[in-house]
Design a binder for this molecule. Structure first.
Ligand SMILES: Nc1ncnc2c1ncn2[C@@H]1O[C@H](COP(=O)(O)OP(=O)(O)OP(=O)(O)O)[C@@H](O)[C@H]1O
Ligand SMILES: [Mg+2]
Length: 243
């Protein structure tokens, strides 16, 4: 079942020596540098549209932080299309929407441990009718505030910016935002709009991850079994991107 998706998406755990894992470790290092002051530790992943790779990147980054020994919390805040329960093979229910709405919420089992030591997941929970409203609630802000001191790093997997407002609501509550773009799919103008929209809501953008780069054209000739899936994550991250 979920096992296949797990294998596809959390490559950094299953194949730590791969080029993909190396890219995520590089992204981790860059983020560590950019967050070194002021006890910054909450990162939001978002993108312009659906299916650009936000959840895969969030899961892999969470894995490399945890594998480095950091106490890591991954929150699936995409209550419309959440997948982190599948990526980590845990129960979807009793997740974020249940906590925020206080419907079907139990303290026990809310923080879900994974097969990766140091990595805990809060799943998206039951699909609610009003995700944006739930994310605007004081309960979400308080959840982040309360657990910031307990975890070394909190990674939030968000919804895309252009179709829905969820990530715009979350943007001012996090320390850094990583925008994911899919190579050959995401338009430059849309990326600019995403950047402006997030910044106008008070978000601090750390950089861009260019995902779905074809390993055959990116200069990496050896890529083993993932090559045919076009899964060469190329983590591009630079201050230049902010301009
Ligand atoms: N680099 C990649 N190469 C090939 N497939 C990828 C890559 N990154 C993600 N995918 C696949 O693309 C699909 C969408 O990925 P993912 O769920 O990470 O995107 P998303 O932006 O979170 O989507 P959504 O908007 O639905 O939340 C998944 O099936 C995933 O396995
Ligand atoms: Mg997703």
């Amino acid at each position: 079942m979920e096992n296949n998706e797990y294998k596809n998406n959390v490559i950094s755990f299953l194949n730590p020596k791969s080029i993909v894992s190396e890219s995520f470790r590089a992204l981790r290092t860059n983020l560590e540098f950019s967050m070194s002051q002021d006890n910054k530790k909450v990162i939001l992943f978002t993108s312009s549209h659906v299916s650009e790779g936000k959840s895969s990147c969030a899961a892999n980054l969470a894995a490399v932080f945890a594998m480095q020994g950091k106490k890591t919390l991954l929150i699936d805040a995409d209550m419309r299309r959440g997948v982190q329960h599948k990526n980590f093979g845990v129960e979807k229910q009793n997740g974020l929407s249940n906590f925020l709405s206080n419907v079907g919420f139990k303290t026990q089992g809310f923080f879900k441990p994974t097969d990766i030591s140091n990595l805990v997941v809060i799943t998206c929970g039951t699909t609610p009718p009003n995700p944006a409203e739930l994310l605007s609630s004081h309960r979400f802000k308080k959840l982040l505030e309360d657990y910031k001191s307990f975890y070394d790093i909190i990674i939030i997997d968000g919804a895309p910016v252009l179709p829905v407002t969820d990530s715009v609501i979350v943007a001012p509550l996090v320390d850094k935002i990583v925008i994911v773009a899919a190579y050959g799919e995401t338009h430059k103008d849309e990326l600019k709009l995403v950047k402006t929209t997030l910044e106008n809501s008070g978000g601090d953008i750390a950089g861009l991850v260019l995902n779905k780069v074809d390993s055959r054209t990116s200069g990496y000739s050896k890529y083993g079994k993932y090559r045919k899936y076009n899964s060469n994550y190329y983590a591009y991250y630079s201050n230049e991107e902010k301009k």
